[in-house]
Design a protein around this ligand. Structure first.
Ligand SMILES: Nc1ncnc2c1ncn2[C@@H]1O[C@H](COP(=O)(O)OP(=O)(O)OP(=O)(O)O)[C@@H](O)[C@H]1O
Ligand SMILES: [Mg+2]
Length: 381
């Protein structure tokens, strides 16, 4: 049986990764020149995959660079952050188990950390004792570890920190951000690439005038992968797995999900699974219906968590309305007084449900949620 040629819900690499050549070059140039970089996009457009690809290419091209990936998704406290951070830096710079243990001993030895092997020796874990928290001075050394290692190894270091918005949940987050920035701007052999999945929080951290990370580096606002590139990708992936789809139907897939990376892959997979040999329009339609049905419980839960006015506001956006303060729109969608619009806009923005395009138009972040609101929810009401 042929392998399914589409992936979603995990990082897209090698043949599953398409296009983004310009962005890859941009990142590689920044990293090579040690320019701090921030990547911002709505959810699931491909930030993590892009950083993975760019750093993989860079590491192949230039062996004087060490890349370190840190995912702080599971870090809920400062202690967890420091432990995860220290472990990631040491893993990136000390590849074998023996080297790792020696590195931990050399750089963190006096705090008596515990190292363990997990996943059948595939992964190494690093943990600190309960009194780690009280040793405030150790934290500074952990933050300076990439710079120290870059000097010792005589290599430049690229620190890629994913899910960076989590630092907002730490105790005294602002103080912590100030501390991070104060350390990082002293590091002349290291650059930081910061990104994550909560767009509005990252915007606040990096574009808020009074925030410590204001003007920290080059901000890359990631765009969608173009329709034309998706068409080439879908046609080729079908062909590679022994089935056929026309450019026209591949374009229809991209259009149905508005070129959203995750959903293009998910819908393509559904279409591929339903296609016997040659894809038809009916198959694409059936796959879309099935996908919407599959997600509808999730969407119902989102709607249940909102106020009726917030839902109506989203419905208006899904229907392409733009004159929100006009009496017609306010009445049609029961939005109350026009003074409410500002709050509705802010609250749905904070929940990462909507997005503001450069031309100020409001759109829903999730194209299938938009489709569902317009076609299913509105009819059900
Ligand atoms: N360059 C690409 N080529 C093909 N598919 C891609 C590409 N980038 C992303 N995808 C698809 O989108 C999905 C989400 O990608 P990824 O996890 O990199 O996005 P993200 O922006 O980091 O998401 P989040 O906002 O949740 O952190 C992948 O699982 C894959 O299906
Ligand atoms: Mg990601």
């Amino acid at each position: 049986m042929k392998k399914i040629p589409f992936v979603y819900g995990r990082v897209a690499d090698s043949k599953d990764f398409t296009d983004r050549e310009q962005e890859c070059r941009h990142l590689m140039q920044n990293f090579s020149g040690l320019v701090n970089t921030i990547i911002i996009s709505p959810r699931r457009w491909g930030k993590t995959s892009l950083v993975g690809k760019a750093t993989e290419l860079l590491a192949k091209e230039d062996n004087s660079i060490i890349v370190c990936h840190v995912d702080i998704f599971n870090c809920r406290s400062l202690e967890q952050f420091y432990a995860t951070y220290a472990a990631a830096v040491l893993k990136a710079t000390h590849t074998s188990w023996g080297e790792f243990v020696a590195g931990v001993k050399k750089y963190l030895g006096r705090w008596a950390p515990k190292v363990t092997m997990s996943d059948g020796a595939q992964a190494y874990e690093l943990s600190f004792g309960v009194d780690f928290k009280d040793k405030d001075y150790s934290f500074d050394e952990i933050l300076d570890l990439p710079q120290k290692l870059s000097k010792d190894k005589k290599k430049r270091v690229v620190m890629c920190i994913d899910e960076f918005q989590n630092i907002s949940d730490f105790e005294d987050s602002l103080g912590f951000q100030q501390k991070l920035r104060a350390h990082w701007q002293q590091h002349n052999k290291v650059c930081y690439c910061l990104y994550g999945s909560k767009r509005h929080m990252l915007m606040h951290i990096f574009t808020g005038y009074s925030m410590p990370f204001y003007k920290f580096g080059d901000i890359l606002f990631l765009q969608k992968i173009a329709r034309q590139d998706w068409i080439k990708f879908i046609v080729e992936r079908f062909r590679s797995a022994g089935k056929q789809i026309s450019p026209e139907l591949s374009g229809a897939i991209a259009d149905l999900v508005q070129c959203h990376s995750y959903y293009v892959q998910q819908l393509s997979q559904q279409v591929w699974l339903r296609t016997e040999k040659v894809c038809t329009r009916q198959v694409v339609n059936d796959a879309m219906t099935a996908l919407v049905a599959q997600l509808s419980l999730l969407f119902s839960n989102i709607v249940d968590s909102l106020t009726p006015r917030q839902v109506n506001f989203l419905l208006a956006i899904a229907n392409g309305e733009s004159a929100f303060s006009s009496r017609v729109v306010l009445q049609k969608y029961n939005l109350g007084a026009s003074a409410n619009i500002k709050n509705l806009r802010q609250s749905t923005l904070d929940k990462d449900l909507i997005d503001i395009l450069p031309n100020k138009q409001l759109v829903l972040q999730d194209p299938i949620f938009e489709y569902w609101l317009r076609n299913e929810y509105a009819n059900r009401k």
